[in-house]
Design a protein around this ligand. Sequence first.
Ligand code: 0O2
Length: 209
Amino acid sequence: MLDWNTLLAPYKQAVDEMKIKLKGIREQYQLSSQHTPIEFVTGRVKPVSSILQKSKRKNIPLNELEEKMQDLAGVRVMCQFVGDIDTVVELVRARTDFEIVEERDYIKHKKNSGYRSYHFVLKYPVQMIEGGEKRILVELQIRTLAMNFWATIEHSLQYKYAGKIPAEVEQRLQRAAEAAFRLDEEMSQIRGEVQEAQQILSKKRDSVR
Ligand code: 0O2
């Protein structure tokens, strides 16, 4: 029998550490009164039921999970603008506290479902009490708020229809993906205006404190 708690403990540690580091980047931007490319950060360790489902679907033996299931630890960064994703990608590439194993650009190459996001697979070192470090895989997804909205809805529909979304709903999802894409484009066009407004608001908040 697999001891899930022991197996997943370093993954939880990695998710917690990555969240703190990414939130730290956000705070550094805020302190220097610059537009932050990171709106918010979430993370999770894949629930055991999802691990079992995915291992069945992808034919991954349970004793090979750690090498073959790249998203046991998942961290997600949400950005306001598509351009912010490029900034976060560069920040990630410049880090020295983990190694990049793979990059998947589902923004330039969106998936057939309509899914868009930028994915990194990282090798992240977790310090162990026995001494030394365990280097585990972490999937980092970077997306705009609009991409996240679409992916969250689509994910719940996939769940509802057990992966077999009816054609009509699928068509609507495709149209919604296009609408999310256009929203991102429109927002990028008025990015300067939006940022100015946000700066005025944050100065106003500071003067009230
Ligand atoms: P969760 O935790 O429920 O989100 P595959 O799993 O076969 O699609 P692969 O090779 O494991 O693909 O890696 P990929 O596609 O780079 O990353 C998988 C994760 O990306 C998924 O995790 C989703 O979080 C997200 N994702 C990829 N494609 C889609 C999509 O079409 N729609 C949505 N909503 N999300 C997508 P899981 O396994 O679904 O787990």
